[in-house]
Each structure stands twice: as structure tokens, then as C-alpha cells.
Design a protein around this ligand. Structure first.
Ligand code: GTP
Ligand code: MG
Length: 520
């Protein structure tokens, strides 16, 4: 496929490769765990069906990513452990994180329907993610043991809190007052004496959380010649176990080196990856559908363009923009979207993994949530995932070149696809002969080929030729130059000057170096 002169902006993208010989752990946290209870009137402290939704979603992630060997989770917080030597996506942190995070988010929507029966889901939750890198087996064990300890503390607290309210008929604040500063032993005591509940008898899943492990299993597979052969495949199984005990590490999750029970976990914080994106640079988050070629075939997308899918992508991008007012513009085409974050923004402390995980999560959950509205006759067969990356651009001109690069790409691909499918659908060409006819052709050749079928390329809808631009409007009523929540949709050319001249507020002035906002 032809390349545009804007291609050079690719040089700003970095590889983001995670250190070799380290355990990679992707940690996800559902940001609206409490809100899910409130909005859906679920009973605290735990709802077993909701736990099933989370567990099933984590299982979906493990089934899609065979390189994940273990997952531990409780109350909306899930950690996925990759095989130590995994080479998946060349260990690119952003690609691993965003694929897992978006798949968890979209799976949640499908699994809700399965496990919550007739209770309608009121909103799609967001998962925020980060990556931990552990140099040795001991650190991995310590991390997971610490997570399980957190699960225990959190569950004991919420259990006593909910029980006090229920059994002694006091308010939530009064219960919090009673529990303030109490030790674990005291909480157990209160639970037993005031509420007649023995914590030890509470369900294991809530006390210990959920462990999903991949175990090999033998399955019978039919060979092409009809004979049955045995193959080793892997199966995800659920257990409730103690990470403190040695038995899990020696028997179930067999580590290379021996590990011990440890009591100091504070050092783990150092192993959390954290990159703050350079200040004063434009941040682009570009997301792209995972395996959308196959996804579009499976869901019978119209070729070459399906307006339902474009609309669904645009709805999802709008949801992202509504959550983050610092996104000034987004540009979408095919299965990708680019979000432009104001260069002076302090969004999520400019923490790159936080930013990209939040964005792909909102995008994927909105996509899955709205699927049935756009595709009422196609059930969602697989949960969609999106990979994401952040790219920094130091000035307005390369930011514009970036956007021009994406719009030029849209033009090149759409022109090719339009002619290709015209040849196949109207010209009765096979896919192979259509490909051959188009090989080495220039834009003008493609246009005249199309004319043979009485189609003028420029008559194609703008939304297909130019893609979709969502941009924040300037709030004309506001005196202090703040931008309103109002988002406009258009399909204009953004390569030329006109679009930007007419909307000077989008890119704004480049501030001088002396205006660093020290006193903000
Ligand atoms: P990865 O992104 O590498 O995971 O693979 P991918 O299969 O998603 O390919 P890529 O992102 O390069 O391209 C997107 C693909 O999505 C296109 O090649 C199309 O096959 C498909 N696609 C996107 N939009 C539409 C549409 O409106 N209609 C149809 N039929 N297919 C579409
Ligand atoms: Mg894709």
C-alpha cells in the first residue's frame, strides 16, 4: 500500500519493551466497584453473582491469552501473571496491558448478562491498569501474598461493617465510628458478639479471593484422517487457596526456585512501573481493534465499510471524551481511534499506563455495552479488545502531521477498498484477480477504474473518505476560556489549513517556557 509524506511521525513512537527475564504482572482495578453495588441495589458486603461476573471475565482473558499462567483477584481487582519468559508482542508493555484491560472490560459486559440474569447493567465499568515487573520468584510470591492479605483485610472490614448495619440497625457512619482503629482481632470479636457471625465460616471465595491457574490437560482431537489423537492442551481452573502456604508454590504453581514466607512487602512498590509523560508535549493515545479483520467477518460487517461499526466506534470515542475533558480532539477510521490530549494537561498525573488503560477500557466497555443497539440482529460472539499506545509530540506542527498521517492513511485504504470491493461485487472479479488489477496502480488509475462502474470516488460519503473527527467546541458563553463539554462531530479535511484556522482554540497558543505552571 502507498505511503504518505507524513509517515515520518512514526519515529516518535517508542518500543516500550519490558525487561527480559522478569515476571510481568498486569494489575487491573475496577474503578466503580462500589458504584456497581449502589446503582444496582446489590447487597453488601459481597454479591456472589457479581463475583462470578468478574471471575468469568478474567477466565475469558486467560482463554484468549494462553501466555497468562495465573490470575489472582478479589473485589474487582485482578492481577494477571504472564509466563516469565513470554515473548508475546515482543514484551511491549502498552500492548500487553491495553489488550488485557480492554478485553476484561468488554467481557464484563457479556458476562453480566450471563450471571446477573434479568438485572440490567446500568453502565459499563472502567478498569485502570498498571504493570509490575518482578525479577525473581520470591517477589512474585510476595506480591500475590500481599494482594491476598489486602483481600482479607478488606473483606473482614466490609463484612463487619455490613453486619453491624444489618444486625444492630445502625447507620453506615455509626458503624464506621465503631470500627475506627480496631484491630483484626477486635473486628472478629465484634462480628461474633454483636452480629453472631463467625468470620471463619464465611465463604472461601470472599475470604481468600479467586485463583485461576492454567493446568495442562489431555484432550482427544480428531485428526484429518479421522483417527483420534491425544493432545495436551491447557485448561483454566479455579481454586481458593492460601499463598502464604508453601504447598501452592511447590505443587500447583511450580516455580524454578524455592520461595519462603515473607513479612515485608513494602519493597514491591518499587517494582510498579511508572512513566510520566514529558510535560508540555501533546499526548496522543492511539487505539486499534485487535484482530478486527476476523472480528468483522464473524459479525458480518458490510464490505468495505459498515456504518453500524463506524457509529459504534464513534459512540465509544465520545464516551472517552466525555470522561476526559482534556481530550481536545479525536480522530477515527476503520478500527482505530486517536485521542489528542491537551499538551498542558495533568490527566492522571500523566502516568502513561494509567492513561492508556483507562481509555481502552472505557472504549471497549462502551463498544460492548452499545453493541446490541447498533447490531440488533448480530449477537456479540467474542468480546472485542483494543490495543493502545501513547505517543508524544513536542509541537503543533508535528501533531498536525500525525493527524494528517492518519487521515491520509484513511484515504489510501478507503480508496483501495472501495475499488477492490467494486471489482469483486460489481465486476464479478475474484478477490485474487481484483488484487492483481490494483497492484501498482496510482490514485488516478483507481479513480478511472471506478468510473467504469459509473462511480465517482469523490461522491463517496465524506465519513468514509475522511474518517470522523470529534472535537470540543469553544464555550462561547464562558469568560474564562474554559472549554465546554460540548463535542462536535465532523468529517472534514484536517490535512489542510482551513479546519484549523476556523477552530483556533483546538490547538491553542504554544506557551513560552517561562509559563511553566509552578503555582497551579
Ligand atoms: P490487528 O490490529 O493487528 O490486531 O489486526 P486487524 O485484523 O485488526 O487488522 P488492522 O487493524 O490492520 O485492520 C483493520 C481491519 O478491520 C480491516 O482490515 C478490516 O478487515 C476490518 N474492518 C474495519 N472496519 C471495517 C468495516 O467497516 N467493514 C468491514 N467489512 N471490515 C472492517
Ligand atoms: Mg486492528
Amino acid at each position: 500500500m502507498a505511503k504518505s509524506r507524513f509517515e515520518y511521525v512514526r519515529a516518535f513512537e517508542n518500543e516500550d519493551k519490558l525487561d527480559p527475564r522478569h515476571w510481568i504482572v498486569i494489575a487491573l482495578n475496577c474503578l466503580q466497584y462500589k458504584k456497581i453495588f449502589e446503582v444496582h441495589n446489590l447487597l453488601l458486603p459481597n454479591d456472589i453473582n457479581l463475583t462470578d461476573v468478574f471471575e468469568a471475565s478474567a477466565s475469558c482473558v486467560m482463554n484468549d491469552f494462553k501466555e497468562i499462567s495465573l490470575c489472582y483477584g478479589y473485589k474487582g481487582q485482578f492481577s494477571f501473571v504472564f509466563q516469565k519468559n513470554t515473548g508475546l508482542y515482543k514484551r511491549r508493555g502498552s500492548k500487553l496491558l491495553t489488550n488485557i484491560c480492554s478485553l476484561m472490560s468488554s467481557s464484563f459486559i457479556s458476562n453480566w448478562c450471563v450471571h446477573m440474569k434479568s438485572l440490567a447493567l446500568e453502565f459499563g465499568p472502567t478498569f485502570e491498569g498498571n504493570i509490575y515487573l518482578f525479577p525473581d520468584d520470591q517477589a512474585l510470591r510476595d506480591y500475590l501474598t500481599n494482594c491476598q492479605l489486602q483481600c482479607h483485610h478488606s473483606n473482614l472490614s466490609t463484612t463487619v461493617h455490613a453486619a453491624l448495619i444489618k444486625e444492630t440497625k445502625i447507620s453506615s457512619d455509626e458503624a464506621l465510628q465503631i470500627l475506627k482503629g480496631t484491630s483484626e482481632g477486635e473486628k472478629n470479636e465484634i462480628l461474633f458478639t454483636k452480629c453472631n457471625i463467625n468470620y471463619n465460616k464465611e465463604p472461601e471465595v470472599f475470604k481468600k479471593g479467586t485463583v485461576l491457574v492454567r493446568a495442562p490437560c489431555k484432550v482427544d482431537v480428531k485428526a484429518p484422517n479421522g483417527s483420534i489423537v491425544q493432545r495436551t492442551q491447557s485448561k483454566v481452573t479455579k481454586i481458593h487457596t492460601d499463598f502464604v502456604k508453601n504447598s501452592f508454590w511447590s505443587d500447583v504453581f511450580q516455580l524454578n526456585s524455592g520461595t519462603m514466607v515473607n513479612s515485608k512487602y513494602s519493597y514491591l512498590k518499587e517494582m510498579e512501573t511508572k512513566t510520566n509523560l514529558l510535560p508540555h508535549c501533546w499526548i496522543i493515545v492511539r487505539i486499534d481493534g485487535k484482530g478486527f479483520h476476523k472480528f468483522s467477518e464473524r459479525h458480518n460487517f458490510k464490505k468495505p465499510n459498515d456504518f453500524r461499526s463506524i457509529e459504534l466506534m464513534n459512540i465509544s470515542a465520545k464516551a472517552v471524551m466525555l470522561t476526559y475533558p482534556d481530550i481536545v480532539l479525536s480522530y477515527g477510521q476503520s478500527d482505530e481511534y486517536s485521542f489528542v490530549i491537551n499538551r498542558y494537561s495533568k490527566i492522571l498525573e500523566r502516568h502513561d499506563y494509567k492513561i492508556m488503560s483507562n481509555i481502552v477500557s472505557i472504549f471497549a466497555s462502551t463498544y460492548a455495552y452499545n453493541w446490541s443497539n447498533l447490531f440488533p440482529d448480530e449477537s456479540l460472539q467474542v468480546s472485542p479488545a483494543f490495543d493502545g499506545r501513547t505517543v508524544l509530540y513536542p509541537n503543533n506542527s508535528c501533531l498536525r502531521d500525525y493527524l494528517s498521517w492518519r487521515q491520509a492513511d484513511c484515504h489510501i485504504n478507503n480508496m483501495y477498498n472501495t475499488i477492490f470491493w467494486t471489482l469483486v461485487q460489481k465486476g464479478n472479479c475474484s478477490r485474487q484477480s481484483a488484487e492483481e488489477r490494483l497492484r501498482g496502480t496510482f490514485s488516478k488509475d483507481k479513480r478511472s477504474l471506478l468510473l467504469e462502474y459509473n462511480c465517482e470516488y469523490d461522491d463517496e460519503p465524506e465519513i468514509l473518505r475522511k474518517g470522523t473527527i470529534l472535537y470540543r467546541m469553544q464555550n462561547s458563553t464562558s469568560k474564562d476560556d474554559t472549554l465546554s463539554e460540548c463535542i462536535n462531530v465532523c468529517h472534514n479535511d484536517i490535512i489542510g489549513e482551513e479546519f484549523w484556522k476556523e477552530r483556533p482554540w483546538i490547538l491553542g497558543e504554544e506557551r513560552g517556557a517561562r509559563t511553566v505552571d509552578l503555582d497551579e
